[in-house]
Design a protein around this ligand. Structure first.
Ligand code: MG
Length: 384
């Protein structure tokens, strides 16, 4: 049976790579729908190529423009706005939803897909960071299956097959350490957005590249792993592994450590998410063991990269705090890119906003959205 796929965020980094994977298997996969925030130039090209039945554009003005542009092709439904993307995520006729949206915008569509009992290939970690409890409980209730696309979580998911859930001792998430791994605290003060946007191993969008440089991305991955694999934070550890060859590891009760390895490339985890529970042959580049292959490991410097510890803190507090951390971080990253704050002020800003938050222990969608809005305003108004 052909699997009908919805790609939410088809013009982004994971979105375009998802289409690349789908291209390898035209007999097995079909694009039913795609969405973009505002890049309708690329979206139009994708529509002409894949001819999906449905499309959604977040920016309503751009949606109107797109309708004009594609009058000659037969796409009956150009949905618009946040509601349009949620509608796309809720379509009865789809089999797999790839959530490749950026930031908090991933939460509501993920929730909608989960409530429809779909297979959800999730690349957006902010949905689980902010609404993990809600998403996991709705997934259980509606028989939805969440499969990770993030390389670390795909690795963990693969390693977990080596034992039973109750046999897991801990998860070891690997981190490249980003471009500033070896910088001194003094050097970190002066790093520029363009330096932070150069990641040594991975090609990614701007938001996640900055998050990788601050280790906030790793912090979010800790929270994401805790929800996806239903493990307490104390059983999730982070280790710096500069080569990004081991994508993550699972240690079992007997001390055996299972690692998943590969070259740093998102195509493999994307393909595995789509083909699971099977593995299909791929033409992606492979590890070559005839060449010298060094694997180094070192502990993360929590002093220099305070964002990682802030994520653990927010996770331990729970309730709306992870949503506050995420929202403040989105604002802080934007401010850093606009050169309004320095690199080292990113964790300072997050810490201040978190300390001012009146916590709610509830994890309803309304409270999460409210906390998100509050934290954005607070972070925007804050001058350091
Ligand atoms: Mg990752």
């Amino acid at each position: 049976m052909v699997q009908k796929i919805i790609v939410l965020g088809s013009t982004g980094s994971i979105g375009t790579q998802s289409l690349e994977v789908i291209d390898y298997f035209p007999q097995e996969f079909e694009i039913l729908g795609m969405s973009a925030a505002s890049n309708i130039d690329l979206l139009e090209k994708q529509l002409r190529r894949y001819r999906p039945q449905f499309v959604a554009v977040l920016d309503k003005r751009k949606a109107k423009e797109l309708r004009q542009r594609i009058r000659d092709i037969h796409i009956t439904n150009v949905l618009e706005g946040e509601d349009g993307i949620i509608e796309l995520a809720s379509l009865e006729s789809s089999n797999i939803i790839i959530v490749a949206l950026v930031g908090f915008s991933g939460l509501k569509p993920t929730l909608a897909a989960v409530r429809k009992g779909k297979k959800v290939a999730i690349a957006n970690k902010e949905a689980l960071v902010t609404g993990g409890e809600l998403i996991m409980s709705e997934a259980k209730k509606n028989n939805s299956f969440l499969i990770p696309v993030d390389s670390e979580h795909s690795a963990i998911f693969q390693c977990l097959h080596a034992g039973k859930p109750e046999e897991v001792a801990r998860i070891i998430l690997t981190a490249s350490g980003g471009p500033f791994r070896d910088f001194t605290e003094e050097e970190l003060r002066w790093v520029t957005p363009s330096e932070a946007l150069k990641h040594p191993n991975w090609e990614m969008g701007a938001k996640i590249t900055i998050d990788s440089a601050t280790l906030m991305n790793k912090g979010f991955e800790v929270l994401e792993a805790s929800w996806l694999f239903q493990l307490p934070l104390e059983q999730i550890e982070v280790v710096i592994h500069p080569q990004s060859i081991i994508h993550s590891m699972v240690e079992f009760l007997d001390g055996s450590v299972i690692a998943q390895m590969g070259i740093p490339d998102m195509l493999l985890p994307i393909q595995y998410a789509l083909t699971y529970p099977e593995r299909w042959e791929s033409r992606f580049p492979r590890l070559v063991f005839k060449e010298i292959l060094n694997l180094d490991f070192l502990p993360p410097d929590k002093q220099k990269f305070a964002c990682l510890e802030l994520a653990y803190q927010a996770g331990r507090i729970g309730g709306t705090m992870p949503a506050v951390l995420n929202a403040a971080n989105e604002v802080a990253v934007a401010k850093f890119l606009q050169k309004k704050i320095s690199f080292v002020q990113i964790p300072e800003l997050l810490d201040t906003v978190m300390s001012r938050h009146a916590l709610s222990k509830s994890s309803s969608l309304e409270e999460i959205v409210q906390a998100d809005e509050w934290a954005r305003e607070e972070a925007a108004a804050l001058s350091l």
